[in-house]
Design a protein around this ligand. Structure first.
Ligand code: SF4
Length: 91
């Protein structure tokens, strides 16, 4: 797994603020494949947990109340830094 650099903090600060006011790009398709990469980027989220302690089965302990930056990731192709990811953007 790898990510592409997009600026200071790899865009994490930008994604936080844009998620508050901007919608998810309509060209986004696919679905989360629960790899957990965006939950561990720079800082591991304290709500990240694993089903039956299986590291291959990450889950969010706060899924129903997760913040917008998590709900909307990846909001746009430009803000998507993790690959592979279950979400894709049509050109
Ligand atoms: S990187 Fe993509 S597929 Fe992996 S957990 Fe985040 S949104 Fe889901």
């Amino acid at each position: 797994m790898h990510y592409t650099s997009s600026g200071p903090f790899d865009g994490k600060v930008t994604r936080f603020f844009t998620s508050l006011v901007l919608p998810v790009d309509r060209k986004r398709t696919g679905e989360c494949m629960r790899c957990g990469a965006c939950c561990k980027f720079l800082v591991t989220c304290p709500f990240l947990d694993y089903e039956n302690d299986d590291q291959k089965k990450p889950r969010c302990k706060a899924y129903l109340i997760r913040p917008l930056q998590c709900r909307k990731y990846p909001r746009t192709k430009e803000e998507q830094i993790h690959q592979p990811c279950g979400y894709h953007f049509e050109d």
